[in-house]
Write a protein that binds this ligand. Structure first.
Ligand code: NAD
Length: 504
């Protein structure tokens, strides 16, 4: 067995050359083997990286939009060239199946494509003769150094939600990826350098709480984009704003799919399985609570169980439907929730605790961190499998009398990331999209992740701050507005007048 590869920071266009005081292990979750030893940044290292970024920003922020967008176009080309290589890095450290990993890179690439249009997105307003011979116009300018702190579950896509827009708007960036699967983020950082981004404009520091805290409190870090679990999102929001930064902190989720009696139950069952078990349920937009109207619940649960029985769980490189869980700790946590659900009296229709993996999953599958798809029926809103974000392949079915009870259940939940309704009744769907207190809504679409030119973000405990990711909200987040009021003086403008300026 080969020894773990050293994984380090990416600073000023090159791997960091220092020696880390602390490191952590990176695993291939399909085999359970440690493949990497990751350098964890101390506060001092973070300070050095921020200083590098601060210096690089002075040149980059003043570069013409034409030159900046050329780098973005080139980056997009290189990402397209290397998408399969990056997908393989994701699968090797996260575990999700290769096709899913590729999908994540492509969704991230959409944001780079959006950011290529930055000259248009940064156009300000201009009003001629707002007052006699006075013109008014607006500008948006970069902030300086901004930080992106990302979760393990989308090591390529989540940094790509932010980095292209932050760079396009003229900022320098420090990314702190998850310590569980940093390699895809690092490989993408190298592509920026290859695309012609000046050294130091984009840097990656690896680390844990120490590195995050150093970013949250550093006076030269002007904005924080965070994605992760709700307790950490709240902490990041409170700490960052207390230190004078603008912060968008996207948190956890409990996404509900409401199925009305007039829905096509085969399509709804397909959607529930895809959205519940894709990426082993480790998606912030995964459906984890299926809300079924009682009259069709038995039939729907039977159809879902039928489909679950056909799923292959195994090594994500070996043509399986679902890969392993990211770490042994996460697997044990998920199994603990299944135990609790059973003890609380929910009906365990499909039990994934066997950790079963298909023969195609490979000879080392037994050593990996596997939980197979798990389906619970007759779940109630007081059970921990409903109240907690499990973040694994566990789908809970809750039964309701009808639309109103289903809506009330969803709106009472503290999370509000994504939700979906399955129905053929346009009026019910229209009511739902208006009444539901959730930031991203699907009508017969189970995972309603917005395209890049809209913005991504939830409500309630799923997002702290008021700005969503990418789209025009992203451009707004990474820039400061300035309004110029201008006139060119002539003799008629003379004279003293200490009153408040009035328009005429
Ligand atoms: P996490 O909160 O454990 O970690 C996220 C980031 O915060 C990582 O970079 C991590 O190193 C850092 N971190 C962890 N503990 C910290 C601490 N005590 N202090 C400071 N920083 C800390 O989340 P995760 O397990 O990597 O990711 C899964 C979570 O992310 C789920 O809750 C999921 O719903 C959420 N998520 C949300 C969205 C969204 O758009 N709302 C998208 C993806 C993931």
């Amino acid at each position: 067995m080969s020894s773990p590869t050293r994984i380090t920071h990416f600073v000023a266009g090159a791997p960091w050359s220092g020696t880390a005081e602390r490191t952590s292990a990176v695993f291939n979750p399909a085999t359970g083997v440690q493949t990497g030893e990751l350098d964890l940044a101390s506060a001092e290292v973070v300070n050095e990286v921020v200083a590098t970024a601060r210096t690089a920003w002075e040149g980059w922020g003043n570069l013409s939009l034409a030159r900046r967008s050329q780098v973005l176009f080139k980056f997009r080309e290189l990402l397209d060239r290397d998408k399969e290589r990056i997908a393989a890095l994701i699968t090797a450290e996260h575990g999700k199946v290769l096709s899913d990993a590729l999908g994540e890179v492509l969704r991230g690439m959409e944001v780079a494509e959006f950011a290529c249009g930055i000259p248009h997105l940064l156009k300000g307003g201009h009003t001629e003769n707002a007052s006699t011979s006075v013109d008014v116009y607006s500008l948006r300018q970069s902030l300086g150094v901004v930080a992106v702190i990302s979760p393990f579950n989308f090591p390529a896509m989540v940094p790509l939600w932010f980095v292209p827009v932050a760079l396009a708007t003229g900022n320098a960036v420090v990314v702190k990826p998850s310590e569980k699967d940093p390699s895809a983020t690092l490989a993408i950082a190298e592509l920026w350098t290859e695309a012609g981004l000046p050294d130091g404009v984009l840097n990656v520091v690896n680390g844990d709480k120490e590195a995050v805290d150093a970013l949250l409190t550093h006076e030269d870090v002007k904005a924080i984009s965070f994605v992760g679990s709700t307790p950490i999102a709240r902490y990041v929001y409170e700490t960052g704003t207390r230190h004078g930064k603008r912060v968008q902190a996207l948190g956890g989720a409990k996404n509900h799919m409401l199925v009305l009696p007039d829905a096509d139950l085969d399509l709804a069952a397909d959607a529930a399985v895809n959205a519940g078990f894709g990426s082993a349920g480790e998606r912030c937009m995964a459906i984890s609570a299926l809300v079924a109207v009682d009259s069709i619940a038995d039939e729907l649960v039977a159809k879902i169980a039928e489909r679950v029985a056909t799923l292959k769980t195994g090594d994500g490189t070996r043509s399986c439907d679902m890969g392993p869980i990211v770490t042994a700790q996460s697997r044990d946590r998920i199994v603990g929730f299944i135990d609790e659900g059973e003890a609380a009296g929910a009906t365990l229709v499909c039990d994934g605790r066997r950790g079963e993996y298909d023969a195609d999953g490979g000879p080392q599958g037994e050593q990996g961190f596997f939980v197979a798809p798990t389906l619970f029926d007759h779940v109630t809103s007081d059970m921990s499998i409903y109240t907690e974000e499990i973040f694994g392949p566990v789908l809970s079915v809750l039964r309701v009398e009808g639309y109103d009870e289903g809506l009330a259940l969803i709106n009472a939940n503290p999370y509000g990331n994504g939700t979906a309704i399955f129905t053929n009744d346009g009026g019910a769907a229209r009511r739902f999209q208006h009444e539901v207190e959730v930031g991203m809504v699907g009508v017969n679409v189970p995972v309603p992740v917005p395209v890049a030119y809209y913005s991504f973000g939830g409500w309630k405990n799923s997002l702290f701050g008021d700005t969503h990711a990418h789209g025009t909200e992203g451009v707004h987040f990474y820039t400061r507005g300035k309004v110029v009021t201008q006139r060119w003086l002539d003799p008629s403008h003379g004279g003293l007048n200490l009153g408040f300026p009035q328009n005429d």
